[in-house]
Write a protein that binds this ligand. Sequence first.
Ligand code: MF3
Ligand code: CO
Length: 263
Amino acid sequence: MISIKSEREIKGMHESGKLLASIHEALRTFIKAGKTTFDIDRFVHKMIEDNGGTAAQIGYEGYEFATCCSVNDEMCHGFPTNKKLQDGDLVKVDFCVDLNGFLSDSCWSYKVGNQKHDVVDTMMKVTQEALYLGLEKAVVGNRVGDIGAVMDAHIRPYGYHMSLDFSGHGLGPTIHEDPMVPFTGIEGKGARLREGMVITIEPIVNELSRYTKIESNGWTAKTIDGGLSCQYEHTLAITKDGPLITTIQEGEVLPFAKNPSKN
Ligand code: MF3
Ligand code: CO
């Protein structure tokens, strides 16, 4: 069942999203060579709690960490580890915040260090563009297929592959609610977007093929071929004025006619 949120709920989810976004903003300078993904997890967890929130992923279906930290060929649900990050690593940090009972969910990709890395740089740019194109389709009356179709069409010319094994989702009261919001799709098909729905858009883009293998921990998804994987995710509410991106970060510029800036 797809739930419709009240104005009060959307306001609460927006506050939750602002806290989440501020943590990603802080990670921009926190993540560097020599840090571990455990350091990232502790940093995120502390910042959530220092600001009155709780780490909503802990205990979700038995997951034990505040964050998923997925490095290079890890697609998603990476466990934090004590391995030191190195220049050129591609780290995806994904977490959910609960603030006063209201959820937000956002994954961001980070390159370790400032060195140029053609594949990582291109994947980050193209995946983020795919997310923005998807967000642009998140308007009342469109369907989830419109979102997947435009995202997939954007990454294909680069030879990249959307994962078919994961998808965006409705958010609230739990982390994964209807509808599913796949990363591929057919225009005009799938669940219709209505005012008051809150969903995530979170394309997972693979370098070499779409296929997944799951690690022995039962959670972590990796590319089957060792190729890189990149992901960006925002939470948004469908409003009559267009998508309200609850997790939008400082400095993000979106290719919208009406730019939903951070406020
Ligand atoms: N944040 C993830 C998502 O985008 C949720 C991960 S589920 C967890 O859907 F259990 F790993 F937390
Ligand atoms: Co999500």
